[in-house]
Design a protein around this ligand. Sequence first.
Ligand code: CTP
Ligand code: CA
Length: 225
Amino acid sequence: LARGVTEPDLAGRHVVVSAGGTREPLDPVRYLGNRSSGKQGYALARTAAARGARVTLIEANTGIPDPAGVDVVHVGTAVQLREAVLKAAADADAVVMAAAVADFRPATYAEGKIKKKEGEEPAPVALVRNPDILAEISADRPRPDQVVVGFAAETDDVLAHGRDKLRRKGCDLLVVNEVGERKTFGSEENEAVILGSDGTETHVPHGPKEALADTLWDLIAPRLV
Ligand code: CTP
Ligand code: CA
C-alpha cells in the first residue's frame, strides 16, 4: 500500500488490537508495571481504521485519548486484558497483541495499604504466573482462519530469540524490536523485523510507528481469507 494513499483494504474486517502495559496491583496504591507506552498499539488501531476495518482496541494504562472511529475497551490487569481480548476475538479476522502483558502478578492483593513496621525488613513479594494470552489464542483460535500477531522486545541475539518465540507462541507473525537506550519505549519511532511462521523476514527501517503499523497490515491483509 502506497503511503499517504488510504485504500479500504480492511473494509468489512474486524480487527482486535491490544495496547499499553498491564498493571498488577499489590495493594490499593501500588502495582507492578512496565514501560510500554501504548503508542505502537494506537498507531495500529488508527491505521486499521483508516484502511476501513472495524477496530476493537483493548487498552491497558496508556492514558491516551480514545481514537475516533475505534471501539475502545479499558482494562488494568493481565487477567482483565485476557477476558476482553478473548471476548472481542470471537468474531475477529485478526488479533494483534501489541500490549506488554505482565508475566507475573502478586500472589495476594492486600485490601489495605501495606505499611512498613518499625525495625522490620520488608517481606518478599510472592508472584504467580499470568495467563499467556497470545499462546492461548494462537493454539485455540475462535476462528480457524484468524490471523494472530505478537510483539517481542528482545536484547542480544534478537532474531534467534524472535524465531524461537514465534515457534513457542504459535502465532502467524511476530514483530521483533531490539530494546536499547532511546529505542522503542515511549518513543514516537520504531524499527523492527517482522517474522512470519512461513519463514519470511520483513525488515522495517527506523521510522514512525504509523509506518510500522501500515507495513504490518500490509502483511496481515493478504493472509485474511
Ligand atoms: N503475551 C501475552 N500474554 C502474556 C505474555 C505475553 O499475550 N502473559 C504476548 C505479548 O502481548 C506479546 C507476546 O506475547 O505479543 C510476546 O511477549 P513477551 O513478553 O516477549 O513473551 P514471553 O513469552 O513473556 O517471553 P519473555 O520471557 O521473553 O518475557
Ligand atoms: Ca514477557
